[in-house]
Design a protein around this ligand. Structure first.
Ligand SMILES: [Zn+2]
Length: 479
């Protein structure tokens, strides 16, 4: 009699059903640390450069005289959003706002944004944040490396300044550093600064050239005094770059600069709760230490038995806001569903949960879905068959195998073999526990047919009787 056994070193862990709404396995706030985007040193050199350029353009007659905006929306100088995704990239969103213009000119820590909140910063040195900081999220350094987010002209105008060629991987404040930036004067004489762009990514347009609305200006980067890739967008009423002439494009009750006059075609809300991206990962995302690139560990192809990390990246998630999460199998039935309430309010945040795909998980296209703030987002991933792990390989390509292993509680096992002589002849199957107690007996099983397993978790021995003289034993774990 041939007796062969296969020993498994499977973890003998009974995996209970997931709780209704389990706490996240990871995540939390993503905060772009603050640094003075435009240090006093940089500001004075920028203003000197702009004044010299303006003078030269005027002398050469290349600077259109400012025209008073007419009282019609078509002629008003209003801004479109100054960022967009590169062609071919489609995310629900890709940014968050870390800082608005600080309306309170006292310091330090006297903060007031246009909406009477404190989403801004200032410094003891007398620095009040003068612009709007829009950072890219998630994986901003990777997005910079891949040219994923473009800076575009919020309004048409004339280029009156441009600086490029400066290092673009800043991680902290720096006083002597220069940024890569474009400065545009609009038809009404107002001026917008677009700062911190990626080195050598700037438009080929030169000082004096016209740019159209939505024209490409560069790639979001982290040049100059910056802690990570973001656009610093700063606006002045005219070419005198003083506090008195500063504009905050957002209209609101605490806007002391231009009050209730918005400079946006469509002003986005103060909080814009939104999912930026859904990602399936094979391991938790690694954000790393600036300036190293993030390692998203994202994956869209999995096998039965794999662990999948289901991650959601947000901007403006607000305290108490609920997200409904579901993971759908290929037939649209629910594999897992749960919900989560944001424990705080974030400019940017992320949360992830991991689940093990059963070893008999349906093969095909799965969907990870969220419902948040009335918006549904989905990402699809594929599940392929796992390699059976309980395999008894015999001579001449013969084998006996049982899959899936470890076995989930919800489904039977399948037994397959290829054996000289036996071929498709039915076999007798007995399933024992390790104490020698018989649990299952099937007198006739064909290759590929399911065999039942005991419901209790643990390790079992599956005995396959091919004939009176030929018997194989495999150990199989029941989860
Ligand atoms: Zn800034």
């Amino acid at each position: 009699m041939k007796t062969t056994s296969l020993t498994l070193t499977s973890l003998l862990i009974c995996l209970g059903a997931a709780a209704q709404s389990p706490p996240p396995n990871g995540g939390g706030a993503y905060q772009l640390p603050t640094a003075p985007c435009v240090t006093p040193e940089l500001r004075s050199s920028v203003v000197a450069m702009l004044q010299a350029n303006l003078h030269a353009l005027e002398v050469r007659g290349q600077l259109p005289a400012p025209q008073a905006p007419e009282m019609s929306e078509a002629n008003a100088v209003l801004f479109d959003w100054p960022l967009r995704l590169a062609p071919g990239v489609s995310y629900r969103s890709y940014y968050g706002i870390s800082n608005y213009v600080d309306q309170d000119t006292a310091f330090p820590n006297k903060l007031l944004d246009y909406n009477c909140g404190n989403r801004s910063y200032d410094l003891a040195s007398g620095y009040n944040h003068p612009g709007t900081d829009i950072f890219t999220w998630p994986f901003s350094r990777l997005m910079q490396a891949n040219n994923t987010v473009q800076v575009i002209a919020a309004q048409a105008g004339t280029v009156i300044g441009k600086s490029d060629g400066n290092a673009d991987n800043s991680c902290a404040m720096c006083t002597a550093c220069q940024w890569n930036a474009v400065f545009i004067r609009h038809t009404d004489g107002s001026v917008a600064w677009y700062g911190h762009m990626k080195k050598n990514s700037l438009t080929a347009k030169n000082v004096g050239d016209a740019v159209a609305k939505a024209e490409y200006l560069g790639i979001v980067g982290s040049s100059g005094s910056s802690t990570g890739p973001h656009l610093h967008f700063e606006v002045y009423r005219n070419s005198t770059f003083t506090l008195a002439n500063r504009i905050d494009p957002y209209a609101g009750p605490c806007n002391r600069l231009n009050g209730n006059t918005t400079w946006w075609v469509t002003q986005k809300p103060y909080r814009e709760p939104m999912v930026n991206r859904l990602v399936t990962h094979h391991a938790p995302p690694v954000f790393g230490t600036c300036p190293e690139l993030e390692k998203p560990n994202d994956r869209r192809e999995f096998q039965q038995g794999d662990t999948v990390y289901f991650a959601t990246y947000y901007h403006d998630q607000q305290q108490g806001a609920t997200t409904q999460y579901s993971v759908l199998q290929p037939d649209a039935s629910i594999f897992r569903s749960w919900s989560h309430n944001a424990p705080s309010t974030y400019n940017a945040s992320y949360w992830y949960w991991w689940y093990i795909l059963p070893s008999n998980a349906p093969v095909g296209t799965w969907t990870f879905r969220t419902l948040f703030n009335g918006m549904t987002d989905t990402v699809q991933f594929s599940v392929k068959p796992s390699t059976p792990t309980a395999v008894l390989n015999l001579a001449n390509g013969q084998f006996v195998r049982i899959y899936p292993n470890p076995a989930p509680a919800e489904a039977p096992l399948r037994l397959e073999w290829r054996l000289d002589g036996a071929r498709q002849r039915p076999v007798q199957v007995r399933v024992w526990d390790l104490n020698g107690r018989l649990h299952i007996y099937r007198p006739s099983v064909r290759s590929g047919q399911p065999i039942p397993m005991p419901t209790a978790c643990g390790v079992y021995v599956v005995e396959v009787f091919v004939s009176a003289r030929e018997r194989y034993r495999l150990q199989v774990a029941r989860q």
